[in-house]
Design a protein around this ligand. Structure first.
Ligand SMILES: [Zn+2]
Length: 257
């Protein structure tokens, strides 16, 4: 990221430049999710893994709305969601369990975003799950794992079943609940979530309309999936997308920059 939402002077002395940059980008991501209308008041998390072999993460303090998250008030937690540094804010280890399970099993995933938007939750409730007949839905062909709902809180015995459902994928549809997406960076994760959210919005609208759908052949769906997976993996596409969305948010909120 080449912009910061708070003056550099707020950087705590024990925080290195790399961690501060991640904190700034993650705070922007919280604001962006809220700006898009995808937040769920004080609930849910976006987690980002700090560089290095240790499983240390940045996550929102429990009790704050997403637009109240700042680079400095993000908590540093371990894989169990317990605080690693002093903070006046509380952690929410029970809420972090979903993130903990994914991060603990997948070294290739450095950011996890979990949402319950109305559209995504509606699709997650349908037996068929995502359809693949619109521009965004076609890009999700074969890319979603589906996990059955076992209750509000993720207990230890459910973790292995959830990871089986995710397998080597990056999108986990939580049936009767919402979605969790994970990628190797914050920008890539946000870009993937955008695709999922847009697919859900279009599917909800299309299924509320009369008339037959034009069904895409699997071959076309696979081409869409392969191309978008390659763009996320190998290009700077997602970072450009994320930075552009952050600029748009600041311009529309009048927060300058
Ligand atoms: Zn949830």
């Amino acid at each position: 990221m080449n912009r910061q939402i708070e003056p550099v002077m707020l950087k705590p002395t024990q925080c290195n430049d790399q961690e501060w940059a991640l904190r700034c980008e993650l705070a922007e991501c919280y604001h962006l999710i809220d700006y898009m209308g995808w937040s769920e008041t004080i609930f849910n998390h976006i987690s980002a893994r700090l560089p290095g072999p240790a499983h240390h993460y940045l996550v929102n303090p429990f009790g704050l709305n997403y637009d109240e998250v700042t680079p400095a008030n993000l908590l540093k937690v371990d894989l169990d969601g317990a605080k690693l540094e002093e903070s006046t804010y509380e952690a929410n280890p029970a809420g972090f369990a979903l993130h903990s399970a994914i991060h603990g099993a997948r070294d290739d995933i450095h950011c996890v975003i979990h949402t319950h938007t109305t559209e995504v939750s509606a699709v997650a409730q349908k037996k068929r799950g995502f359809s693949h007949n619109d521009f965004y839905g076609a890009q999700l062909f074969g890319r979603c794992g589906y996990h059955s709902f076992e209750g509000i809180t993720l207990f230890a015995d459910e973790k292995s079943r959830m990871l089986d459902s995710l397998s080597d994928k990056h999108i986990l549809v939580l049936r009767n609940h919402g979605v969790a997406v994970g990628e190797s960076s914050i920008a890539k994760t946000f870009f993937l979530l955008w695709t999922v959210q847009r697919a859900a919005e279009i599917q909800c609208k299309a299924e509320s309309m009369h008339g037959e759908d034009v069904i895409l052949p699997d071959e076309i769906r696979q081409k869409c999936t392969d191309l978008t997976a390659m763009l996320i993996r190998d290009s700077g596409f997602a970072q450009k997308f994320f930075n552009g969305m952050v600029r748009k948010m600041h311009a529309n909120k009048g927060t300058g920059g």
